[in-house]
Design a binder for this molecule. Structure first.
Ligand SMILES: [Mn+2]
Length: 423
């Protein structure tokens, strides 16, 4: 759990980045309709949640920075017995005031009036440009006279880059559940007949162990389906001599995990599968061993390209010179994505990859990033030896960057061939 003091600290850190005489408005996520009279489960907006930890819909956080003084307002839904009967308890003004360490808690029905009042004598406004929300459209309209409109998302993203101990503990908890889910999948794959059955087993573990849900839609892709990178249909059959690429991680108390394992349906890798898998696994391990504060993510990526390209040449899948193959985008066909991304409240965390001057941000102690090399060979690719066609493999772990190196937070999730086969 993240303590209230930590949220207060984050707001202080954010306020330091703000211009004088500014107003910052962060709004909650909107409840999303799924179909007539049904809604998607509600999930709070990550930037808003990061700054205050408030989980209810229809709320907002406002930060006023004057010359030096900072004042924070939390706007919440009014108590309403009848509505609460349908949608559940609300904290209300009093309840929120008792928990949240802000200067004032007001009810949302006063939002427009209060904002108009707070806008007087302000020079700039910060809102989250990454959100599509009519409340923000109204605000833009109301503040068109101000000298500057700025995106608060980049500034909150900077704060979100490095994780606190409490955040790392939540990611570890998410990963311990995800570990059990992947290990169950390794045990059960042989006994099941469809991708969706395997998905159900995985997500059963997520829910059973108290995760909110999956942190992203699970990918359970058997055989050639693994060559569709965002395959989420998961409605095909599991075929005995094929591999299954499983990219699935739970979200626990708002924090994501993001793990990919590729396992044989039968429990045993074939010779060709083993050759390709071992090559990718050794690349993954080598890249992880390079993770450390100060290193550039793009250098990790280029290095992974070189290693994978060499590997593909040694397996007879590519022919030619490593540098030329990469330059001519011959490798891209088999390794089309990046080596990894930031992870945290979002599975693809919104922390920036470049600073405000456009320079790449190096790895910093406390960041969590994925390392996920993969090779995808379409079943119809006749340029590749037949035994490798229709195989897609990705291996992905979640890595905490430290001052002198890194900690693989998902090291307990099996990825060695012998370990997977033993389950
Ligand atoms: Mn990932």
């Amino acid at each position: 759990m993240i303590k209230e003091e930590e949220y207060a600290k984050r707001r202080t850190a954010l306020a330091e980045k703000l211009q004088k005489h500014s107003i910052t408005v962060l709004v909650s996520a909107k409840a999303q309709q799924r179909s007539n009279d049904t809604e998607y489960p509600y999930r709070q907006n990550s930037n808003f949640y990061y700054m205050c930890g408030f989980k209810e819909d229809n709320s907002a956080l406002v930060i006023i920075k004057k010359e030096k003084k900072v004042k924070t307002y939390l706007f919440v839904q009014k108590k309403d017995e009848l509505l609460e009967l349908w949608t559940g308890k609300r904290l209300g003004q009093k309840g929120a005031k008792a928990i949240f360490n802000v200067d004032a808690v007001l009810t949302m029905d006063r939002f427009d009036k209060k904002i108009a009042e707070l806008l007087k004598d302000k020079l700039s406004i910060y809102i989250d440009f990454t959100m599509q929300d009519e409340r923000l459209d109204t605000l833009r309209h109301m503040t068109s006279h101000l000298a500057s409109h700025q995106n608060i998302s980049h500034k909150v993203g900077e704060l979100r880059l490095c994780k606190s101990e409490a955040e790392i503990a939540l990611i570890k908890k998410a990963l311990s559940i995800t570990k059990d889910a992947h290990h169950l999948a390794m045990k059960k794959a042989k006994t099941l007949s469809g991708e969706s059955e395997l998905q159900a087993e995985i997500e059963y573990v997520f829910k059973k162990q108290g995760a909110y849900s999956d942190a992203y839609t699970s990918i359970v892709a058997c055989g050639n389906n693994a060559n569709t990178l965002h395959y989420i249909k998961n409605d095909d059959r599991l075929e005995n001599n094929k591999l299954i690429l499983i990219d699935a991680g739970c979200e626990y108390d708002y924090y994501a995990s993001d793990i990919t394992r590729t396992i044989p349906v039968s429990g045993k890798f074939t010779k060709a599968q083993k050759e390709l898998y071992s090559m990718i696994l050794s690349v993954e391990k080598e890249i992880i061993s390079m993770v450390k504060a100060g290193v550039m993510r793009t250098d990790l990526h280029s290095h992974s390209e070189e290693l994978l390209c060499k590997g593909l040449i040694s397996l007879g899948i590519l022919k030619g010179d490593v540098k030329k193959l990469i330059k001519k985008k011959k490798l891209k066909k088999y390794y089309p994505h990046g080596i990894g991304h930031w992870m945290g409240l979002d599975v693809h965390d919104t922390g920036p990859y470049k600073d405000t001057k456009g320079r790449e941000i190096p790895l910093l102690a406390g960041m969590v990033m994925t390392v996920e090399p993969g090779i995808y060979i379409n079943k119809n690719d006749t340029t590749v030896p037949k035994r490798f066609r229709g195989i897609g493999i990705r291996i992905e772990d979640d890595i905490l960057v430290t001052k002198d190196g890194c900690e693989n937070l998902s090291s307990e999730i099996f990825k060695e061939i012998e370990d997977i086969e033993s389950l």
